[in-house]
Design a protein around this ligand. Structure first.
Ligand code: B1M
Length: 211
């Protein structure tokens, strides 16, 4: 089969087609990680580039996102297979005001694949929701994603809320998302920054001393 078709169909937003091809690919033994890194992420990068060139608009981005999500729905159970959720408890979400959740979903899938128990709060998650869930799940790590320069400050507000709730000392804070940098991570007092989903798993383990 031509795996490049997965890339092509995500770009044009053919969710049923992507789902079928991804099922076929995993059926023939293609590793989920290879599908994600070689076809899905590059496809969304291309969608972003077309948006920037004004060749794509928000509706095209939405249908492409749906196709990417369809692929992740097939891959997620395979990534978590055989894992015992022993690495640690992670509370994960895209920060307040930001609905971009594809990268965060990838991070979630890969953390589970790396043995973490993930409570995924979804997108547009306010500081209070992070705080309540950290308290409830006795989280080891809070993972925050932001895709827009305008929503990055919500990370700092969330850290402040954790400090005010007396929970900051008990959790490590991991941040990521396209506009993030190590310098921003340091500036807001987070513990770790990861530029992509595989490195998020490595960084999470490093933060807990299990690397
Ligand atoms: Co939006 N959008 N979008 N968008 N969108 C961007 C982010 C943008 C850069 C496009 C552009 O203008 N060039 C721009 C932001 C500009 C800025 O910074 N201010 C933008 C804009 C402006 C908007 C709207 C305002 C558009 C509008 O309505 N006029 C609006 C905002 C809505 C809101 O949030 N309030 C909007 C809406 C949308 C859609 C809903 C249509 C859709 C999102 C669908 C969804 O997520 N369910 C969408 C999309 C798809 C994009 C682009 C094209 C692609 C994002 C994506 O999914 N990438 C994006 C342009 C781009 O990035 N080139 C764009 C693929 C994904 C796998 O990568 O998310 O980077 P990424 O995740 C990576 C790493 O960053 C990292 O690992 C992931 C995998 O390796 N990572 C972490 C992410 N989180 C991490 C957390 C970690 C560690 C690593 O630790 C916890």
């Amino acid at each position: 089969m031509d795996l490049q078709q997965i890339y092509e169909l995500v770009v044009v937003g053919d969710a049923p087609g992507v789902e079928e091809l991804v099922e076929q690919a995993v059926g023939t033994g293609v590793p989920p990680l290879e599908i994600i890194s070689r076809y899905l992420i590059p496809a969304m990068t291309e969608v972003g580039a077309r948006f920037e060139r004004a060749e794509f608009f928000v509706p095209e981005m939405i249908i492409a996102s749906g196709a990417m999500q369809a692929a992740l729905t097939v891959l997620k159970p395979l990534m978590a297979e055989g894992q015992l959720d022993t690495a640690g408890q992670v509370v994960l979400g895209t920060v307040q005001g930001d609905v971009h959740d594809l990268g965060k979903n990838l991070v979630s899938v890969m953390l589970e694949g790396g043995g973490f128990a993930v409570t995924d709060l979804g997108a547009d998650v306010g500081p209070e929701a992070f705080v309540e869930t950290v308290r409830e799940h006795k989280a080891d790590i809070v993972g925050m994603s932001a895709l827009m320069t305008t929503t990055m400050p919500a990370m700092e507000r969330t850290i402040q809320a954790l400090i005010e709730a007396g929970l900051r000392h008990g959790v490590k804070i991991l941040v990521g998302g396209a506009p993030l940098t190590q310098a921003y991570c340091d500036q807001i007092g987070a513990d770790g920054y990861a530029p992509d989903a595989p490195s998020a798993v490595r960084k999470a383990k490093e933060l807990l001393g299990i690397a």
